[in-house]
Write a protein that binds this ligand. Structure first.
Ligand SMILES: C[S@@+](CC[C@H](N)C(=O)[O-])C[C@H]1O[C@@H](n2cnc3c(N)ncnc32)[C@H](O)[C@@H]1O
Length: 235
C-alpha cells in the first residue's frame, strides 16, 4: 500500500495523453479564467489534502472520477447527488472546458477539478477518505508496447486503494476486451481489492445507476456493441 504523501515515482509512472486540442473559443476561455480558479485543486507543497475541506458545507459522501472526458457522466451524477462532493480529474483542456460549461449552466456547487495526472492527486489525498471511484473508458493503448501507459497498474491501484474507505466501490468500464482482462488480472492480484462474485456474462450489463458516457456512445457508433462493467470493492 502506498504511504500518505508519497511522491509520484518517475521510474514507475509517466503521463501519456493529450492535454490540449483545438484552441479554446472565447466562451471557454472566460470559464477557464473566471470559474476554474474557484474549483481547481492544487497540490500543497507538502502533506495531504483532506477532500472534505474542498467543498463548502459538509458533503455526505466523496467520489472521484478519473479521466472524465467531456464530463457528461460527472455532471449528471453531480445533479443526481447534490450532497456528494465530486472530484473530477482530466487533463484534456477541451474536456475541462465542456465540464465547466455544464457546471455553470446547472450552477453545480459540488464539483472540484484536478487538471493534472490523476495519479499525482491520488498520492496526495488523505488515506481512507473517498467513498467511491470511477474510471470509465480509459484510453485503451491497444498496442502491446504501449500497455504500460494504461492507467491501471499495480502502482495506481496501490494509490487508489490507499484513498478509498473499506468497502468503497471502484467502478470500471471499457469496450476493449483486452483492457477488461488486463484490469481483472491486476485487481485479482491486488491484496486490497476484490471482485464480488458475479454471474458469468453479467459484466456486460451496466450496474444500477449507470450513465452512458460519450466514449460508450462512440464505441457503439463504431460497431463495438458490448462493454464490460465491473464494480470492484476496496477490502
Ligand atoms: C478515452 S477518454 C474517456 C473519457 C470519458 N470517461 C468517457 O467515457 O467519455 C479517456 C480520458 O482520460 C483522460 N486521462 C487519461 N489519463 C489521465 C490521467 N492520468 N489523469 C487524468 N485524466 C486522464 C484523457 O485525457 C481522456 O480524456
Amino acid at each position: 500500500m502506498s504511504k500518505p504523501g508519497k511522491q509520484p515515482d518517475p521510474e514507475h509512472r509517466a503521463f501519456f495523453g493529450r492535454r490540449s486540442g483545438k484552441r479554446l473559443h472565447r466562451g471557454q476561455k472566460t470559464l477557464f479564467d473566471d470559474l476554474l480558479p474557484d474549483l481547481e485543486i492544487h497540490l500543497p507543497e507538502q502533506g495531504v489534502i483532506d477532500p472534505a475541506t474542498l467543498f463548502a458545507g459538509h458533503p455526505d459522501r466523496l467520489t472521484i472520477e478519473i479521466g472524465y472526458g467531456g464530463g457528461e457522466h460527472l455532471a449528471r451524477k453531480a445533479v443526481e447527488q447534490p450532497k456528494t462532493g465530486f472530484i473530477g480529474c482530466e487533463v484534456f483542456t477541451g474536456g475541462i472546458g465542456k465540464l465547466l460549461k455544464a457546471i455553470e449552466a446547472d450552477n453545480l456547487q459540488n464539483i472540484r477539478l484536478f487538471a493534472e495526472d490523476a495519479y499525482d492527486l491520488l498520492t496526495r489525498l488523505q488515506p481512507n477518505s473517498l467513498d467511491e471511484a470511477y474510471l470509465l473508458y480509459p484510453d485503451p493503448w491497444p498496442k502491446t508496447r504501449h500497455h504500460k501507459r494504461r492507467f491501471i497498474s499495480p502502482t495506481t491501484l496501490d494509490a487508489l486503494a490507499n484513498v478509498l474507505k473499506p468497502g468503497a466501490p471502484f467502478h470500471f468500464a471499457t469496450d476493449i476486451e483486452d483492457y477488461a482482462n488486463w484490469t481483472l488480472a491486476h485487481i485479482l492480484r491486488h491484496p486490497d481489492f476484490f471482485w464480488p462474485l458475479t454471474e458469468p456474462g453479467a459484466w456486460h450489463e451496466p450496474y444500477p445507476g449507470w450513465q452512458p458516457t460519450r466514449y460508450e456512445q462512440k464505441a457503439r457508433k463504431e460497431g463495438r456493441l458490448k462493454s464490460f462493467y465491473f464494480t470492484f470493492l476496496r477490502r
